[in-house]
Design a protein around this ligand. Structure first.
Ligand SMILES: [Fe+2]
Length: 344
């Protein structure tokens, strides 16, 4: 632990809000909001009083704008990122308590690898864990090492997407709102790191036996079927597909795009992955439009080592571009929330 000797006033003068190339401008927000530091702060400990002082404002900015990018802070390693996020004083949502279907590896108590899927695998837009009854309010990403080529994390304002869908596919969005969505995925008996959705049912459900898995699924209101090779096919109850985050501000809060485009591996067929909450099929043309519209309004976070991003998971979606070389991007989740089951 170093002794912090940099006065807060100096830190305040060095971390400034700024514009960035490609930043989106909306009536009363930008995307993403950006803080830039000139790289001269000695270590992360000196920014802790700054984060503590401005914590509420930072969270508010993440909600208003969708995401806050920090560039140039002294964050050379995951331990520094851990210190940074601890300063935000948010309740940690550990990976092992989540129902995420991605394979991840913890680095510190708060920080884990973003997804162990191979470099050539595209991860499509989603709100983190919106396909499960439990999801984090906040997601923070950190880049320890940027890929030689590619590997950006695209982010997308989901309230903007909702408004576009309302304009372009009114029937589809109304169906999504009324019926919600249900997701089906087949989990292997042991982790399959070659897949973006390869987390085993043991790990996903935090259980040892099939009997315990069934008890957990019953508790979660899922339906299920055991398949050969010890695989488990599970279907969620109807989950909301749209969230009203504040009066009049709605977001396309779901995993529709990721499930429809990307839940593909030796066990899973994307055509089976997502349906409306009443079991009816989705309008494939409307889904294609949603995918296109989300891409149109994407902002690519082109990682630089030491970057950190704070995202309000109820406002902005994220994805991952394929890459070449070594890419070390880590994530941290905070503030566990529960989906409302009742769509009536
Ligand atoms: Fe994610």
């Amino acid at each position: 632990m170093s002794v912090n000797t940099t006065p807060l006033s100096e830190v305040e003068s060095k971390i400034i809000s700024t514009q960035i190339e490609g930043q989106q401008q909306y009536a009363d927000s930008v995307f993403p909001f950006v803080y830039l530091c000139d790289g001269s702060l000695p270590d992360i400990d000196c920014t802790v009083p700054w984060v503590t002082k401005y914590r509420d404002r930072l969270l508010e900015q993440a909600t208003t704008h969708g995401a806050v990018l920090f560039r140039g802070l002294p964050l050379p390693a995951t331990e520094d990122f851990d210190t940074f996020i601890r300063a935000l004083s948010l309740p940690n949502f550990p990976y092992k308590e989540s129902l995420s279907n991605a394979v991840r590896v913890n680095r510190t108590e708060h920080v884990f690898s973003a997804n162990e899927a191979p470099p050539n695998v595209d991860i499509f837009f989603h709100h983190e864990m919106a396909q499960t009854p439990l999801y984090p309010r906040w997601i923070m990403f950190y880049c320890e090492h940027a890929a030689q080529k590619g590997g950006a994390t695209p982010i997308c304002r989901s309230d903007v997407l909702y408004n576009l869908l309302k304009e372009n596919c009114p029937e589809f969005i109304s169906d999504c709102e009324k019926k919600g969505l249900q997701y089906t995925n087949v989990m292997p008996g042991t982790d399959d790191a070659a897949s973006g959705i390869g987390r085993s049912w043991h790990s996903t459900l935090g259980v040892e036996t099939q009997q315990a898995a069934e008890a957990r699924l019953r508790e979660l209101n899922y339906s299920w079927e055991w398949l050969e090779d010890n695989c488990l096919k599970a279907t969620t109850p109807a989950l909301p597909a749209v969230m009203e985050v504040s009066p009049g501000r709605k977001t396309f809060f779901n995993q529709l795009i990721a499930a429809f485009s990307g839940w593909k591996d030796s066990r899973n067929d994307p055509a089976e992955a997502v349906r409306h909450g009443d079991g009816s099929a989705l309008d494939a043309d409307a889904v294609a439009q949603a995918i296109q519209l989300a891409d149109d309004i994407a902002f690519d976070v082109q990682w630089q080592a030491g970057d950190a991003v704070l995202i309000d998971n109820t406002i902005a979606m994220h994805a991952r571009r394929p890459f070449e070389g070594t890419r070390k991007v880590f994530a941290s989740l905070a503030s566990k929330q529960t989906h409302a089951f009742d769509l009536s």
